[in-house]
Design a binder for this molecule. Structure first.
Ligand code: ADP
Length: 370
């Protein structure tokens, strides 16, 4: 292809571009436009060429624009216009629309010119606005729900405490001897109330998680060692062997993460295979600011069909006679992981053991938490 043909191809490409392309000279006059400029702004080529380019700007930008243009020409370089600001253009019919503009300086036979490439971003803006609105609504709903849980749990505790104390008064009444049925009834009322108290406490703790915490840099090896130290009693009782691998130092919410490890390790011991002592291994892999932790055990395992159900509050796979518990532990873990913009999941085989994985993202600011 010779030079003339190249030039022609280039012109055709500019003409066919999906962006509006405008060539502006050093006096701010429009020299050339492509087809898309006509479509986007509603002017014909004839109407625009030779006009000041400010004709395409809303009046509030017109005064300052020549200064900005001269500034650009004094030190021209290819760049996006109005970095970090919302830019708008105006059509022939006076309607405004949001745009993204790229500026390219050109040295031509007629002096320095600027090639501006303009994209209408109305649709993108609409989607962004809709997403922002949706996120705000979800945040408000979450707050409302947390508030509701908190108030409800508080209010539920009061009548329960009254029941417990009155039952104690009746049970300990020195003037009466109770028959076996009555004694059993007191025992059941007491057990049921105590359990209800545990459940409510779990709900309250759940709604409070992450409320007052600050992100800080944590030594995870020390953190997990200290959690294991707190669990010394049940570790010794069950002959559990806990292996802690190389864990990184990374950012997180300390109290919540302690609770998370405590729940996972306690479960690994609680759901042990009765035939063998628990063997638990804790390790981590770091990839930039995402760390994936794993807590694996050689316990009874979980049927994969329950892999998601177990993370829901109050969901348990066994009766209380088999294994003590409230079904809140993994819901807590799930919320704590969410606070760290992470995920939690389990891989398991019945009779072989389970590995719980969770990720935490140390690249979140305190005000970004959910
Ligand atoms: P809880 O321990 O109070 O029952 P969780 O929310 O901690 O409640 O766990 C929910 C259920 O998930 C448990 O009842 C148990 O059936 C199952 N589970 C949790 N961890 C393990 C584990 N390491 N091995 C086998 N099953 C487990």
């Amino acid at each position: 292809m010779n030079f003339k043909q190249n030039e022609l191809t280039f012109q055709l490409m500019v003409e066919a571009s999906p962006n509006a392309i405008i060539l502006v000279d050093n006096l701010g006059l429009i020299n050339l436009i492509n087809k898309q400029t006509e479509v986007l702004f509603g002017y014909t080529r004839k109407e625009l060429v030779g006009q000041k380019m400010e004709v395409l700007l809303p009046s509030r930008y017109k005064v300052n624009h020549p200064n900005l243009r001269n500034h650009f020409l004094a030190a021209p370089q290819t760049r996006a216009m109005g970095a970090g600001r919302d830019l708008f253009a105006i059509r022939k019919d006076g309607s405004e629309f949001p745009v993204e503009i790229g500026l390219n300086p050109l040295e031509t036979a007629n002096g320095s010119q600027v090639l501006a490439s303009i994209i209408d971003i109305s649709e993108r803006k609409k989607i962004e606005e809709a997403t922002k609105l949706q996120t705000k609504k979800i945040e408000a709903k979450n707050k409302e729900l947390e508030q509701f849980t908190y108030i409800a749990s508080h209010d539920l505790q009061e009548p329960l405490n009254t029941i417990i104390s009155f039952i104690e008064i009746i049970e300990k009444n020195p003037d009466r001897v109770y028959n076996d049925l009555e004694k059993d009834s007191f025992k059941f009322i007491n057990q049921a109330s105590t359990r209800m108290k545990e459940l409510i406490k779990g709900l309250l703790d759940y709604s409070r998680l992450g409320q007052k915490s600050e992100m800080k840099n944590l030594n995870f090896k020390l953190l997990v060692q200290s959690v294991c130290h707190d669990l010394d009693h049940i570790v010794k009782k069950t002959n559990a062997k806990i292996t802690i691998g190389d864990l990184p130092n990374t950012c997180g919410y300390e109290t919540e993460l302690r609770l998370l490890f405590q729940n996972l390790i306690t479960n690994s011991i609680k759901f042990m295979d009765p035939e063998k002592a628990p063997e638990i291994s804790i390790s981590a892999e770091q990839n930039k600011h995402i760390t994936t932790f794993s807590v694996s055990d050689n316990g009874i395992g979980i049927d994969p069909k329950y892999n998601e159900k177990i993370f829901t509050i109050f969901q348990r796979l066994h009766g209380r006679k088999e294994y003590e518990g409230t079904g809140i532990g993994l819901a807590h873990c799930s919320k704590i992981v969410e606070l760290h913009n992470g995920n939690i999941w389990v891989e398991s085989e019945v009779g072989k053991g389970s590995t719980f994985y969770f990720t935490i993202n140390s690249n979140i600011k305190n005000d970004e938490k959910i």
